[in-house]
Every structure is written in structure tokens, then in C-alpha cells.
Design a protein around this ligand. Sequence first.
Ligand code: NDP
Length: 335
Amino acid sequence: MASAPTTVTITGAGGQIGYALLFRIAAGDMLGTDRPVRLRLLEIPQGLRAAEGAALELQDCAFPLLHDVDITDDPLTAFQGANIALLVGARPRGPGMERADLLAANAGIFGPQGAAIGAVAADDVRVVVVGNPANTNALIAAASAAPHVPADRFSALTRLDHSRAVGQLAEAIGVGPGAIEGVAIWGNHSATQFPDVSHARVDGMPVLDALAERLGGQDAATAWLDDVFIPRVAKRGAEIIEVRGSSSVASAANAAIEHVRDEQRGTPWTSAAVLSRGEYGVPEGLVCSFPVTSDGDGYRIVEGVGLDARGRRRFEASVAELVAERDAVRALGVL
Ligand code: NDP
């Protein structure tokens, strides 16, 4: 094999999303079939056996691109030389757990992991946070990795929300998902997110016009967007749990793979939660979802995208939630 393996570290690798991720990464779906990979699986002690079992199956797949697999419960070992890190393992909200408790529990995970990334990861490391609350977990990890790793190397996943929005539009308009472009997710990866179709097009036609044609006028299209589309995208995770009896594991893993693939290989337009430097009036330092582009060297926010008054209000409400999460973490003395 010509190129040296890329070291990919996955936390919570023994969990469900980890199980859906590992085999696709090893098959070349994330970095391409020309890039060998070395997998580093980080787990807490009680998750190690599950990760070991997945590693046995990886061996049985005999993926030509898979160089080796290491399993550990030590962050410094897991992130040693990491080029790409997917932070999946997180503390779920338990019964009776307040938001502050959840943030504190996750600060106890993402703070040390960020510090380990700062201490031992490769110079070119890029990190995507999947574990919720993903935006604020990314903020904590980035702060803990400073000053060794620039904060803009950290991002959080809103690609699943983006793809869910595309899927809903494609069904409503009666086209394949590949015909839709220009969807944007603004704000937090939570129920307050704003899935925005105002600049989206279907086969070159504004999505709003296509919806009006399909649904019987502009008013019907606006009502469908407000009453059906936005809540459905924002609450899709709960819908999957209700129907499937289990969470949206495969689509979350697919979104994580596409997020990293497009960041590394380039894309003209998608959505990702990235570091704000004050774009669109979002307070500097927050990890917030925007429309983004990549030339293969990290995501950049697409600037100059117009938001109407209603869209701006929705976006600002989601940003206010991010500010509240950041302030709650600051109150814990974490940032
Ligand atoms: P999953 O692999 O199903 O989910 C992991 C994380 O991804 C959760 O925080 C979950 O958030 C989040 N997530 C983001 N998007 C989605 C989506 N669309 N659908 C579902 N989840 C989504 O969890 P498991 O419990 O199976 O596995 C977690 C693993 O992490 C375990 O093996 C555990 O041992 C490990 N772990 C490690 C910790 C550490 O590193 N210190 C701490 C805790 C766990 P949400 O819960 O909000 O759905």
C-alpha cells in the first residue's frame, strides 16, 4: 500500500453507533478506498468487551485498508497520533437528571478527552463530536485542547439533521434526494434547530415554488414547512425510536461518515456545527450549525446567506439555547 495509514480514533466504540461506524470506515466509505486506516477504539472499562468483539469481527472482514485496531480505556493511548477523532460516547440523560447535571457529566468526559487530544494527537487532527449535547461537548473539548489544537479543528454533527431535511423535501416534492441542494441547518443540534429551505433548489427550481406547485399554493407550502417539516426534522430522532423501538443508529453513523468525508475531500455546501467567529451575529466561540463549504481542508462558514425575519427569529432562539448551555458550563467552572 502506498500511503501511510490515517489514525482514526472513535470513542464509545463499543456502543451502537460505534458498531455501525467501524465497518464502514474500515471499508473505505469515510476516507476513500485509497487511504488505509488504523483504528483506535476508546471505551470505558464496562464497554471494552463490546469493542473487543467488534474488533474480532473487523478481523474477520479482512478489510484490505484496515492496518490495525487498538482498544483501550486510556484517552492518552487512544488519541496518540490521531489524525481524525470521532467523539461518540457520551453520558445519556438519566431519569430525573437536570440539564446542568447532564452538562456536568459530559464535561467530565469531553474535558479530559480534549486535553488528551491537545497533548498527543497529530498536528493535523480534526475532531467531530457526535455524542450529545454535541455542540457544547465540542466547545468543552476544544477549550480543553487549547492552546495545542486550534479550536476550529473541532466540529459537531448536524449532518443528520441536514440529510433528514433533504429526505423530507424529496418525499414531499416527489423527487430523489440527489435533486435537492441548498438546505441549511442553523443553530443547535436540538429541537430548537432551524432547518432552512429558503435557498434550497430542486433541479434548479426554488424548493418553495416546487412545494407550492405540489401542495396547492404558497400559503399551503408555508403551512407545511412550519407545521410539518420543521417539527418533523427536529423531532425525527424520537419518531425513529417510537417506530423502530431503538434509536437512529445507522443514519447517525452514516451522517458522521459523510461529515468527515466531505470535510476531508471537499464539498460545495452542507451543514455542520463549527466555531463561530461572529458570523451572522452568533457570539464568537460558540459551536453553532451553519451552511458550510470545504475545499478539503476543513469546513468554512458560507457567508452572506439571507435569512428572513421569521428565519432569523428561529435561528436566534436556537443560538440563545447554545449561549445558555455555554453559560451553564461556565458556571461549573469548566470553561
Ligand atoms: P449510541 O452509540 O447509540 O449513542 C452515542 C451518542 O451519540 C449518544 O450521546 C447519543 O445521544 C448520540 N447521538 C447523536 N445522534 C444520534 C442519533 N441520531 N441517534 C442516536 N444517538 C445519537 O449509544 P450507546 O449507549 O450504544 O453507546 C455509547 C458508548 O459510549 C457505550 O459503549 C459506552 O460504554 C460509551 N461511553 C463512554 C463514555 C466515556 O467515554 N467516558 C461515557 C459514556 C458512555 P443521545 O443519548 O442524546 O441520543
